[in-house]
Write a protein that binds this ligand. Structure first.
Ligand code: AMP
Ligand code: MG
Length: 341
């Protein structure tokens, strides 16, 4: 029996008060919301959604008319600055995560079909044929000429793991230029922009990846500008013969990452694009490699929820973090590196 479930928001927002108007559209295959604090910003919201639409038109791997589809089909090598910047940040994050995040998995993700109505379990031979093309070196981008080279017909861009975060950066820029305080949520890729007029902090709820018990696992109380992104095995998946197959692929195997995790939330003051890509990468890495990676990147905060119901939070988030009452997770906090204590 097959079952597909799409959970739209990896994180949910709490405490949305009256008088903070929210604007919502369905874009990039998800619910996109911009909530303003202070005053109504209908024109700004319109500009935000137009920016998301433009990004989607260029970077969608499923729209045959998009720029990225033309690159994937070998029809085009020169790209717009918008697509070029996304390729650049994607290749940088791929290198920083040793290829755990790989934007050139497009043929593999298409094979599994998670972005369509009927995902399926491919044969091992089909996966093996495409696997060599998922390597880090499969794409080269020249940022001066804005040209991109995909080295094999077997690789194709898929920006599903970074595109919504990238779009949230564009939305943030529009809000900042308009002087608006805002909370941006593009399908669980969240950015907080500015300080609310009443001075109260942002309260962001981290969703529980379990279908039983409280819907939220924890809350974060944050001041100022932050990017948050959650990747989880509960967001898109199907069952075949009792085995769960989810949408985050390990580029080393071409199969759903079997990393012992249910979800990873990244909280950082890096761009939305990097934060989005990092939550996917850290999901693939699993607990041990992910903790090592975070030690080398102490500006990034991480919350891991494991399949055996442990919740691990990095020390740099300890002051912001509150576990939800009745949550089934055993919480532990990683110590800060000695220089930060
Ligand atoms: P996210 O929900 O941000 O973790 O992104 C998951 C989506 O990114 C999937 O639906 C695929 O389209 C794509 N994807 C899956 N595995 C990877 C990976 N290891 N690196 C980059 N993109 C991936
Ligand atoms: Mg991601």
């Amino acid at each position: 029996m097959k079952k597909i479930l799409l959970t739209l928001c990896a994180a949910v927002l709490t405490g949305c008060p009256f008088g903070s108007p929210a604007y919502t559209e369905w874009l990039m295959g998800t619910v996109c919301t911009v909530r303003f604090y202070g005053k109504s910003e209908t024109a700004v919201a319109g500009n935000c959604f137009e920016a998301i639409r433009e990004i989607e038109r260029k970077i969608s791997a499923v729209d045959p008319q998009s720029e990225v589809s033309a690159v994937n089909a070998g029809r085009q090598q020169t790209v717009s600055p918008l697509t070029g910047d996304l390729i650049a940040v994607s290749l940088k994050t791929a290198a920083e995560t040793d290829g755990a995040f790989s934007p050139v998995l497009g043929r593999l993700t298409a094979l599994w079909g998670f972005s369509g109505e009927a995902p399926r379990l491919p044969a091992d031979e089909e996966i093996a044929r495409l696997l060599p093309a998922a390597r880090l070196s499969a794409a080269v981008y020249d940022s001066e000429r804005h040209t991109v080279t995909l080295k094999s017909r077997q690789c194709a861009f898929d920006f599903g793991a970074v595109g919504k975060g990238y779009a949230s950066d564009a939305v943030k820029k529009i809000c900042e230029e308009a002087g608006a305080t805002a909370l941006i949520d593009l399908g669980g890729n969240i950015q907080t922009v500015g300080t609310k007029p009443d001075g109260t902090p942002w309260i962001i709820s981290i969703r529980s990846p379990l279908t039983v018990g409280p819907a939220e696992a924890a809350t974060l109380t944050l001041s100022g500008d932050w990017s948050l992104s959650t990747s989880g095995d509960y967001q898109k998946f199907f069952y075949e013969n009792g085995v769960k197959y989810h949408h985050i692929l390990d580029p080393a195997t071409g199969k759903p990452a079997d990393s012992g995790l249910r979800s990873v939330t990244v909280v950082s003051q890096r761009s939305g694009a990097e934060t989005d890509a990092l939550s996917t990468a850290l999901f693939v890495m699993g607990e041990t490699k992910g903790i090592e990676w975070q030690r080398r990147n102490p500006d990034v905060g991480v919350i891991w929820i494991t399949r055996d119901n442990r919740l691990i939070v990095t020390g740099n988030l300890a002051g912001a973090f509150s576990p939800t009452a009745d949550s089934p997770f055993t919480v532990s906090t990683l110590p800060l590196p000695p220089s930060n204590r």
